[in-house]
Design a protein around this ligand. Structure first.
Ligand code: TXA
Ligand code: MG
Length: 337
C-alpha cells in the first residue's frame, strides 16, 4: 500500500502499522496515538532521525525525549542499571501513563537525552502504540506531537494542525483516553523525584515505593539551570495562543461581566458555573470527574483557541490529589487573575 504524499491521518490497521514501522527504519517521522497524547516518533537509536523531531517541533536541543519501549524487559536495552524501584513501578503501572528517568547506557544517543546521562522510558498503554513498537522492534523516541510550547494533541487531526508536512505519517487511533501527558518519576538519583504529575498520582507511586517522592516544582527547576531537564516543567508551556486566565470560581461572574461590558469576546472553560452563551461568550462546560475533565481538557482549550477570541477564562477546578495533573497543566497554560 502506498501512502506517500498523503499527510492526512491514516486509520491504524495492520498495513498502516507495518508501513509506519518501515518509515521508522528509514529514519522518518511517524506520529502515533498513545493513551496520554499523540507522540511524534522516530527511531531512538538513530541520531539523524531524532534530530528531525527537534526540527519538526521547533524544540530546543537540550530538552530530552521519552523513549517508548514495548515491554519492561526492554528497560535493560536503554538503562545502565534497572533499580528495584523501576521494576516495581513497571510491574504495577506498565503498560501505562508513567515515564521513568534512569541512568542511560553509553550507546543511547545524547541527542535523545538532551545531552544528559539519563534517559526517559515508558511503555505506553495503547494498542496502536504497542503494535507499532512490536512491528518496529526497537525504541521509539517520541515527544508530544505538537509544536514547542503548544497544546499537546489528543486526536490525529490535532497532529495534522500542529505539524502538517513536517511528519511523514500520522496514524489515527482515535481520541486519547487519558488526555494529559504521563507522570514522570526520576529514579536516577538517591531518592525518587516527581518531575511531572499525571494520571498516575503521587500517592499511588508512593504506595508502591513505600517512600515519599521529592516534588520538583517548576520554579525550583527554573532557578537551578544545572537541573533543568524538562520543558514540561517550565512555567509557561502547553499554552493556547489566545490569552488565557485561570479564575477562582467566586470571581468568575464579575470578571465575565466586566469583560463583556468592554465588548470583549471570551471563551469560558466552566466547571461549576452555569453561564449561558451570548453574542460575546462561548462556554464549554467541563466534566465533573477529574479523569473525564483531563480527557477533554486539551480538545476544549484547542477549540476555544481556534475561535479568535479576546480571552479564555478557565474556572479553577478542585485542588485535590486527583486534580493535580490538571491543575499543573492549567497553571502552565494560563496566567492567574
Ligand atoms: O505522555 C507522554 O509522556 C507523551 C507521550 C507521547 O508518551 N510524551 C511526552 O513527551 O509528553 P514530551 O517530550 O512532550 O515530554 C517529555 C518530558 C519532558 O518534559 C522531558 O524533559 C522529560 O520528559 N524527560 C525526558 N527525558 C528526560 C530525562 N532524561 N531527564 C529528565 N526529564 C526527561
Ligand atoms: Mg510535550
Amino acid at each position: 500500500m502506498i501512502y506517500k504524499g498523503n499527510m492526512k491521518p491514516i486509520f491504524a490497521d495492520d498495513a498502516a502499522i507495518d508501513y509506519a514501522a518501515n518509515l521508522l527504519r528509514q529514519g522518518r517521522l511517524v506520529a502515533f496515538p498513545t493513551e496520554t497524547v499523540y507522540g511524534l516518533g522516530a527511531d531512538a537509536s538513530n541520531s539523524d532521525a531524532v534530530r528531525r523531531i527537534f526540527q519538526a517541533k521547533g524544540r530546543p536541543a537540550d530538552h530530552p525525549l521519552i523513549v517508548h519501549i514495548p515491554s519492561a524487559d526492554s528497560l535493560n536495552d536503554w538503562a545502565l542499571t534497572v533499580p528495584d524501584a523501576a521494576k516495581q513501578l513497571a510491574a504495577r503501572f506498565w503498560p501505562g501513563p508513567l515515564a521513568m528517568i534512569l541512568n542511560k547506557r553509553p550507546e543511547v544517543p545524547l541527542i535523545v537525552t538532551g545531552g544528559q546521562q539519563t534517559v526517559g522510558l515508558r511503555m505506553p498503554d495503547h494498542p496502536v502504540a504497542l503494535r507499532l513498537l512490536r512491528a518496529f522492534g526497537g525504541g521509539i523516541a517520541a515527544p508530544s506531537a505538537n509544536r514547542f510550547c503548544r497544546i499537546s494533541p489528543t486526536q490525529a487531526a490535532h497532529v495534522e494542525e500542529e505539524l502538517g508536512d513536517a511528519v511523514d505519517l500520522i496514524l489515527d487511533g482515535g481520541a486519547c483516553q487519558v488526555g494529559v501527558e504521563s507522570t514522570i518519576v526520576d529514579l536516577s538519583g538517591n531518592r525518587p523525584k516527581l518531575l511531572r504529575p499525571g494520571h498516575i498520582t503521587r500517592l499511588e507511586i508512593e504506595a508502591v515505593l513505600q517512600t515519599e517522592l521529592i516534588i520538583v516544582s517548576p520554579q525550583s527547576e527554573q532557578t537551578n539551570q544545572q537541573e533543568v531537564r524538562a520543558p514540561g516543567m517550565m512555567a509557561v508551556h502547553y499554552a493556547p495562543s489566545t490569552m488565557a486566565m485561570l479564575c477562582p470560581a467566586d470571581r468568575l461572574t464579575e470578571i465575565i461581566q466586566e469583560l463583556t461590558l468592554r465588548e470583549k469576546r471570551i471563551g469560558i472553560l466552566a466547571y461549576n458555573l452555569d453561564q449561558a452563551e451570548n453574542r460575546l461568550t462561548r462556554v464549554i462546560r467541563m466534566p465533573e470527574q477529574a479523569e473525564d475533565y483531563a480527557q477533554a481538557l486539551y480538545t476544549s482549550l484547542r477549540e476555544l483557541d481556534s475561535l479568535q477570541l479576546d480571552m479564555i477564562l478557565v474556572e479553577k477546578p478542585p485542588n485535590t490529589e486527583a486534580w493535580q495533573a490538571i491543575n499543573d497543566r492549567l497553571c502552565k497554560a494560563t496566567s492567574a487573575f
